[in-house]
Design a binder for this molecule. Structure first.
Ligand SMILES: [Zn+2]
Length: 210
């Protein structure tokens, strides 16, 4: 099975385009982003990488994936700042794009129209299965979308969601490994049904105690 097209072998040919790499946590999004950016670097392209200032999990100035394969990046507060930093650049990489504002869609279009190759990595959905930030719109305007998958920790099938294993309703919870597990659609349905039952019986017990 061929997962990624080798269309990116023509690294030296300058053409504006938008590529989106999306999927759940642990799906290898950042690894794939780094792979494409490193190839562009080998082809002597000017590469610049941005990430939202909110994501300070491991290191302030680097895009770091879980296998410690890292590449230098610039943290920015808002998507509009990417335009300011992107003159004379051939390839722009954007990691954790789900945390950016909706303006990112326009920024990526603008860059691609100027002839820049834009490669975006981000979470497609939050832990409840709701499409995340500007990612759905970015998929719509992209020339190419690659959906990557983690493996379901319960059954080994392809995972589709990052299930949160701790009780917390905040949408953004950084720090991953302990708080999330990749699950397929079936195992996710079973997991949330189990949680609902658990919450119901807990409420019942609380009511009985009163
Ligand atoms: Zn499963």
């Amino acid at each position: 099975m061929v997962l990624f097209s080798e269309d990116h072998t023509r690294e030296t040919f300058r053409r504006g385009r938008v590529e989106v790499i999306c999927g759940s946590m642990f799906s290898g999004k950042t690894e794939e982003l780094i792979r494409r950016l490193k190839r562009a670097t080998f082809a002597k392209q000017h590469v610049e990488i941005f990430k939202p200032a909110i994501d300070t999990r491991y290191s302030e100035a680097e895009v770091v994936s879980h296998d410690n394969n890292s590449i230098k990046s610039t943290p920015v507060d808002a998507s509009a700042s990417i335009l300011l930093f992107s003159s004379e650049i051939d390839v722009v990489g954007i990691d954790e794009a789900q945390f950016f504002d909706e303006g990112l869609v326009e920024v990526c279009n603008e860059l691609a129209n100027r002839g820049v190759r834009v490669i975006i990595a981000g979470l497609d959905m939050d832990y409840k299965g709701i499409p995340f930030g500007p990612i759905p719109a970015l998929c719509a305007i992209a020339d190419e979308v690659t959906k990557v998958h983690a493996i379901c920790v319960k059954c080994g099938d392809l995972a589709y969601i990052s299930h949160r294993t701790v009780a917390n309703n905040k949408r953004v919870l950084l720090g991953e490994k302990e708080e999330y597990e990749p699950l397929c659609r079936n195992c996710y349905q079973k997991a949330i049904k189990g949680e609902r039952k658990h919450n119901l019986s807990e409420n019942q017990t609380n009511a009985e105690l009163k």
